[in-house]
Design a binder for this molecule. Structure first.
Ligand SMILES: [Ca+2]
Ligand SMILES: [Ca+2]
Ligand SMILES: [Ca+2]
Length: 195
């Protein structure tokens, strides 16, 4: 089979299966819910996306992976072609790391495809968006300024000392304390008001 024949066969099969295999097939909970961890991520965090819902079959989506292109996050999953299950509504949930990413707002699209088909033949569907904040932006207004510093200074507790839950965001290097190492990170991220 030539590459051209293979491409045509793949396309025809994909179109035939699209209604069955796409996220928009009937009988599923749609759109899927989406959760982002941590809930207010900064550039220091590994952002993880979890999506889930109710599938119309016991063969639920699996094998998730993510592709990042600028401010767009594509969340892919495969339906296992070897799975022979029943047509029972089945809860499903998949997580995949986006990784540390720069500050900004990201749109998340999702798609599901079969193992033997190129996923780009299926339509992507918008699931939701999330924002990654600048490191040190403790009031989540887009800048790292004196307001953020005042919050940081009020949380500074020193090496290996516990801090209250409301100071979570000030542990900028995520090592369990709020000390001068965090202050050094804060200084590097300082933008001034309105940036
Ligand atoms: Ca701020
Ligand atoms: Ca720290
Ligand atoms: Ca500000």
């Amino acid at each position: 089979m030539t590459d051209e024949h293979r491409r045509i066969v793949t396309t025809v099969v994909a179109v035939g299966l699209a209604a069955f295999g796409s996220w928009e097939a009937t009988g599923q909970e749609w759109p899927p819910w989406m959760q982002v961890e941590p809930s207010c991520p900064t550039e220091e965090d590994v952002v993880t996306i979890t999506i889930g819902g109710i599938w119309d079959h016991t063969c639920t989506p699996a094998y998730p992976w993510i592709e990042l292109d600028g401010s767009r996050v594509d969340f892919y999953a495969h339906l296992d072609p070897d799975c022979f299950g029943f047509w029972w509504p089945t809860p499903w949930e998949l997580s995949a790391p986006v990784g540390p990413v720069s500050a900004g707002t990201y749109d998340v699209y999702a798609c599901c495809c079969y193992l033997w088909l190129a996923c780009d033949v299926y339509p992507m569907t918008f699931i939701g968006a999330f924002t990654v904040y600048r490191t040190g932006d403790l009031d989540y207004d887009g800048d790292v300024d004196l307001d953020d510093f005042n919050t940081f200074a009020g949380c500074l507790a020193g090496p290996d000392n516990a801090y209250p839950p409301e100071c979570d965001g000030a542990d900028l290097n995520r090592d369990g304390d709020i000390d001068l190492a965090d202050f050094a990170t804060f200084q590097r991220g300082f933008t001034g008001s309105g940036c």
